[in-house]
Ligand binder design. Structure first.
Ligand code: SF4
Ligand code: SF4
Length: 86
């Protein structure tokens, strides 16, 4: 299991091709209002395929922190990632 990440997208560079959403294996919708992968919540799968496939390399990420999750909603994937790091 990978460590959860939070994505950022440079909207000036995004060409809205939809590739990041098309390859994403998330079961629940994981989409931003601009039809890219979501950037407002952590991805617990963190396969990084979206970042790799973006033709204009405009997706970046950082490790998720507890405050990235809605209050009290830190996931098991996040806790597992923390344990592995320590
Ligand atoms: S890392 Fe994988 S699961 Fe997460 S948003 Fe990107 S493609 Fe989807
Ligand atoms: S793959 Fe890159 S360019 Fe295409 S919609 Fe996603 S962020 Fe935008």
């Amino acid at each position: 299991m990978n460590k959860p990440v939070l994505f950022d997208i440079n909207w000036n560079a995004c060409i809205n091709c939809g590739a990041c959403v098309a390859v994403c294996p998330q079961e629940e919708p994981f989409i931003s209002p601009f039809d890219t992968i979501a950037i407002d919540r952590p991805c617990d799968i963190a396969c990084m395929v979206c970042e790799m496939i973006c033709p204009v390399t405009t997706i970046t990420h950082r490790d998720a922190v507890p405050s990235d999750y809605p209050e009290g909603k830190v996931t098991e994937a996040f806790r597992e990632g923390e344990k592995r790091q320590n």
